[in-house]
Design a protein around this ligand. Structure first.
Ligand SMILES: Cc1cc2nc3c(=O)[nH]c(=O)nc-3n(C[C@H](O)[C@H](O)[C@H](O)COP(=O)(O)O)c2cc1C
Length: 632
């Protein structure tokens, strides 16, 4: 685009700040930051219903209204007006209107959908500091409007384009918009004094959101899923959903959305994480109850076997193919003297994993697990090695005490990378996943994550990592304090927390967890660092929690707090603090034991043992009568 044309366009806008140099390009394509920005605004826009009360800056409001005003309109009629509603009394009246309609609309759904509907939050009229009513005036351009004679509703369509412009511009400014359509229009007209010939098209809530969800709230709540793009495309005529000459478009339509943007990949994985299979669990529970032993006598191993049945959808699950994912990266914060080891150790250990000499290699061999080693952001260049997956996102994160450790984009890429790594292994054949980490400085990042999300005192979630002394510990606490003050991570937004105080390998592990859960695989979580990743994964997608098995209780003091937050109990307590996935592969033996008992033990019927005999036998043994089953 010519510079003069560019200037003309920019001049007609309220400036959004410095624009990148466009002279460098001689075609019509936007420079990369602009192009990406457009798509990011589209993919990250959400309908927001939960707002903070802080006011919307007036210059920002002016910019987004101006963006709305630059929408296309039929015959360039610009039929819109914007009523800005700040008055609390007016908003209370609209809220009453909404509440009446919301309850009345419940009749359209049968149970249990009705209860689900009533539990949804469907508007933030009073929470948001501002409401906006976007109206359409069909008379705005006189009686004859170019292009509108055949379809008079094009004036309304044009107004919707203005709403969408506003919605996207608001997103780019960090503002949330929620559209409230559960309102009777005649009443709304009366409250806002809208004349009869003008149509109130959109009633919007506007303000800073509590958070931007990665997927639509209705989708996260299990109300409805996004259709796939390929299912929306027709070729030439309505009845042709595929086209022999255009298989590429079909394939691309299926692929583009999830694969082209890390965010879409993450959403795609979280969308596939289903609740546990209740039927398989019920069958496993019945079988557990019929095995030749007193009920519950194998303690948590019995519950574990039932959970594993629910995860896999198989009441006699088996896990012959196992892998531990050891993701490595460096942390800028290591430069602040928070670790007992120098940063160079991360790279050295990575090579040690690759050559099979580390603790994780030994323990994984004994558990029959393959070790998948990946570099997500080690600070030095790692020589090509066929046992190291090179997925480097950067050469170490930035020091979180000075600003965000990663950009949001990097954090998203880290998660998407983890998803891709686990998916590649699933495609090779995989039944059981374990997580592991390597990164000097990563207990500092993990403590910061736990403090940010749980609100726990920093000193209560900060341990000694690789073994720092008293001074080192005090430095670590002070560094985390500074990082949280400087970055102000939003506890309600796990992606924000990950980006600001997390790390590449932690993000990667979030992806491994989500990707594995999406493929119905159990994920054994190692210690503190894997736990911090699991915390982010479960804050992003609560259903992922059901797929987690906490291997052990780490020596790191923050571990207990994060496990309590996720409501998962560790299997082992061995005083471990090595990381690498060592505790997780030890727990693989217990997982195998749990399912072997479930599958291989004889039932009372198989063994010809009556349940009563067992009662008598156990009574003789310890003088106590055990009730072995309901029928005993
Ligand atoms: C015309 C229109 C009316 C809507 N009305 C409501 C509403 O009354 N309450 C609500 O919670 N969401 C409403 N929504 C938001 C949709 O539910 C939301 O856009 C959808 O779940 C997709 O989510 P996303 O916008 O976060 O991507 C409306 C959206 C549109 C486009």
């Amino acid at each position: 685009m010519k510079k003069a044309e560019e200037d003309l366009i920019m001049d007609s806008h309220i400036s959004t700040g410095e624009s990148p140099d466009v002279d460098a390009r001689d075609d019509f394509v936007f420079p990369d930051p602009w192009r990406t920005g457009v798509y990011e605004a589209i993919y990250r826009r959400r309908d927001v219903r939960r707002f903070r009360s802080d006011p919307v800056p007036m210059d920002m409001l002016a910019r987004i209204l101006d963006a709305a005003h630059h929408a296309p309109s039929v015959g360039f009629m610009q039929p819109w007006n914007f009523i800005v509603v700040a008055d609390r009394l007016t908003r209370e009246k609209v809220q009453d209107l909404f509440e009446r309609e919301r309850v009345a609309a419940a009749q359209f759904f049968d149970e249990p959908r009705r209860s689900d509907y009533l539990a949804l939050k469907l508007a933030g009229i009073l929470d948001a500091p501002l409401n906006l009513c976007v109206t359409c005036d069909p008379t705005a351009a006189g009686p004859a409007v170019l292009g509108r004679n055949s379809v008079p509703e094009t004036d309304l369509y044009s107004t919707c384009c203005a709403v969408q412009n506003l919605w996207l511009a608001a997103r780019a400014e960090g503002l949330g918009v929620g559209w409230v359509s559960i309102l009777k229009l005649p009443h709304l007209r009366a409250i806002l004094g809208i004349p009869p010939h003008v149509v109130p098209v959109a009633y919007l809530c506007l303000g800073y959101p509590e958070r931007f969800l990665p997927q639509p709230e209705l989708e996260a709540a299990g109300w409805r899923r996004r259709r796939s793009l390929d299912g929306t495309i027709r070729y030439e005529t309505w009845d042709r959903a595929t086209h022999p000459a255009w298989p590429a478009l079909d394939r691309l339509a299926r692929r583009i959305t999830p694969e082209d943007s890390p965010m879409k990949r993450i959403i795609d994985a979280t969308r596939r994480i289903a609740p546990l299979d209740a039927l398989a669990m019920a069958a496993a529970r019945v079988r557990q109850g019929s095995l030749t032993k007193p009920q519950g006598s194998l303690g948590r191993l019995e519950d574990l076997s039932i959970t594993l049945a629910g995860i896999t959808g198989n009441d006699r699950p088996r896990f012959p193919r196992k892998a531990v994912f050891v993701l490595a990266a460096d942390h800028g914060v290591a430069g602040a003297g928070v670790s007992a080891y120098p940063q160079a150790v991360t790279a050295q250990m990575l090579l040690n994993f690759a050559s099979g000499g580390a603790a994780i290699n030994v323990l994984a061999r004994r558990a029959g697990a393959r070790v998948v080693v990946a570099d997500l952001g080690v600070a030095t260049a790692i020589p090509a090695h066929d046992r190291i997956t090179d997925r480097k996102i950067g050469f170490g994160t930035r020091n979180m005490a000075d600003g965000p450790a990663m950009s949001l984009e990097e954090a998203l890429i880290a998660i998407a990378t983890g998803i891709e790594i686990v998916e590649a292994e699933v495609d090779r054949g995989l039944d059981l996943v374990a997580t592991g980490d390597m990164g000097i400085g990563n207990t500092t990042a993990s403590s910061a994550i736990v403090a940010a999300i749980t609100g726990a005192a920093i000193a209560d979630v900060t341990g000694r990592g690789t073994g720092v002394d008293e001074d080192g510990w005090a430095r670590k606490v002070a560094t985390i304090e500074r990082a949280l003050t400087v970055n102000q991570p939003d506890p309600g937004d796990p992606l924000d927390v990950l980006a600001k105080v997390g790390g590449y390998e932690i993000g990667g592990l979030v992806g491994v967890i989500l990707g594995a859960a999406a493929r119905r695989l159990p994920v054994i979580i190692d210690g503190f660092i894997s736990g911090a990743a699991a915390l982010i994964a479960t804050e992003l997608c609560p259903d992922a929690r059901d797929y987690l098995i906490a291997a052990h209780m780490s020596v790191e003091i923050g571990h207990r707090i994060l496990l309590e937050r996720m409501e998962v109990a560790p299997l082992l307590n061995l005083g471990l603090r090595l990381g690498e996935g060592t505790g997780a592969v030890m727990a693989m033996h217990l997982v195998d034991d749990a399912v072997a008992v479930l599958s291989e033990m004889a039932t009372f019927a198989d063994a010809g043992v009556t349940e009563q005999n067992i009662v008598l036998a156990s009574r003789e043994k310890d003088g106590v009568s055990h009730t072995l089953s309901e029928g005993a």
